[in-house]
Design a protein around this ligand. Structure first.
Ligand SMILES: NC(=O)c1ccc[n+]([C@@H]2O[C@H](COP(=O)([O-])OP(=O)(O)OC[C@H]3O[C@@H](n4cnc5c(N)ncnc54)[C@H](OP(=O)(O)O)[C@@H]3O)[C@@H](O)[C@H]2O)c1
Length: 338
């Protein structure tokens, strides 16, 4: 199989990590980078070892030597440039959050279907053995029917020039770290919530800096997601069912200080033993890049990440939480079904 030739849109920080992480892949090659500034593209290409540097995003989309686009632009630009990319005949791996509104997410998938191209949202943790073990335990009924899920992600940012703290490009803890926390709930619940309520502390630029949201499902499942740009790094999930409970991190690149684990208590009592299941770690960008190449070569069953339907559900949930923060009132998620 010839490696999938990927072009990067924008000299983004995360693209450095994607390129370094995916470098050992035999299935993809990052063949070009485009920046709005040619000199910036050239410097980025030199630094990261990419063969070609282009001075505009348009030039990358028109490049016949490129099969697929990695889109790490600021959040508000994900929809426009992913749609332009699929319309130019490229497959797209788009950074999370896929879009800042559910309507944009649907428009992106509709454009991809029309162009017969693959478009998926990047969550490197989904390519991890740790995540697959978690999903397998939940779906096999190892902890019974779920009643409570808690999912948190916090990381410190206070530089107001960072895109995460800029309202004009879709900043805020919810769309950034919170999209991870919501995606984890989506993964284990297997569906979107019916209603959400939320509270947030805002940063001085107006974006949410710390958010806590409650997600209610029609069958009684309750989930709490929290995210913050004001705390020390943490990323943790607790999934509690009728017959057991699971706790784990959901890191992009475990291990962090040891082999990643999934801890499961099989039983309801404090005296029931906790089994610590060790799983292989690794670089999530590598797993994600390989899975993306397999998706393009062999179809959706090879993709380990969020499906288009899951990404739309995540976008609806995020939009509903933002509306709940703004209004101070609970929101029905289906209002954002379009
Ligand atoms: N999956 C993950 O774990 C993960 C981790 C980090 C970030 N991300 C996502 O990746 C995306 C980029 O994050 P980042 O931290 O890498 O951002 P960043 O370093 O600020 O890079 C964003 C790039 O977008 C381009 N850009 C185009 N228009 C822009 C504008 N109006 N303002 C600022 N930049 C503009 C710039 O490239 P040029 O100047 O070269 O054109 C810039 O280098 C975000 O969507 C974020 O959520 C995902």
């Amino acid at each position: 199989m010839k490696p999938l030739r990927i072009g990067v849109l924008g000299a983004a920080n995360i693209a450095r990590m994607f390129i370094a992480g995916a470098a050992p892949s035999k299935k993809i090659v990052v063949a070009a980078v485009a920046s709005r500034d040619k000199a910036k593209a050239e410097a980025f290409a030199r630094e990261t070892g990419i063969a070609r540097a282009l001075g505009s995003y348009e030039a990358l989309l028109a490049d016949p030597e490129i099969d697929a686009i990695y889109n790490p632009l600021p959040n508000t630009l994900h929809a426009e440039w992913s749609i332009r990319a699929v319309e130019a005949g490229k497959h797209v791996l788009c950074e999370k959050p896929l879009a800042t509104t559910a309507a944009d997410a649907r428009a992106m998938f509709s454009a991809a279907r029309k162009a017969d191209r693959h478009l998926v949202e990047a969550y490197p943790y989904r390519a991890q053995a740790q995540t697959r073990k978690l999903a397998e335990l939940v779906s096999s009924g190892a902890i019974g029917r779920l009643h409570l899920v808690r999912s948190s992600f916090g990381v410190y940012f206070d530089d107001r020039s960072n895109i995460r703290l800029r309202p004009d490009v879709g900043g805020g803890a919810l769309l950034d770290a919170g999209s991870y926390a919501v995606s984890l709930v989506q993964l284990v619940a297997g569906r979107r919530p019916a209603r959400v309520s939320a509270s947030a502390q805002l940063f001085e630029t107006g974006v949410d800096r710390t958010t806590v949201a409650t997600l209610e499902f029609d069958d009684g499942l309750l989930a709490q997601v929290s995210c913050s740009f004001a705390t020390a790094y943490h990323r943790h999930a607790l999934i509690a069912g009728e017959t057991g409970v699971i706790e784990c991190t959901y890191l992009n690149h475990p291990p962090m200080g040891g082999p990643p684990t999934v801890e499961i208590r099989r039983g309801v009592k404090v005296s029931d033993p906790v089994e610590v299941i060790e799983v292989p770690g690794g670089n999530g960008f590598l797993g994600e890049a390989d899975s993306f190449a397999d998706l393009v070569a062999g179809g959706p069953k090879h993709w380990t990440g969020a499906t288009p339907a899951e990404s739309v559900d995540i976008a609806m949930t995020l939009e509903a939480i933002l509306a709940a923060i703004k209004s101070g009132k609970p929101q029905s998620v289906d209002v954002f079904a379009g």
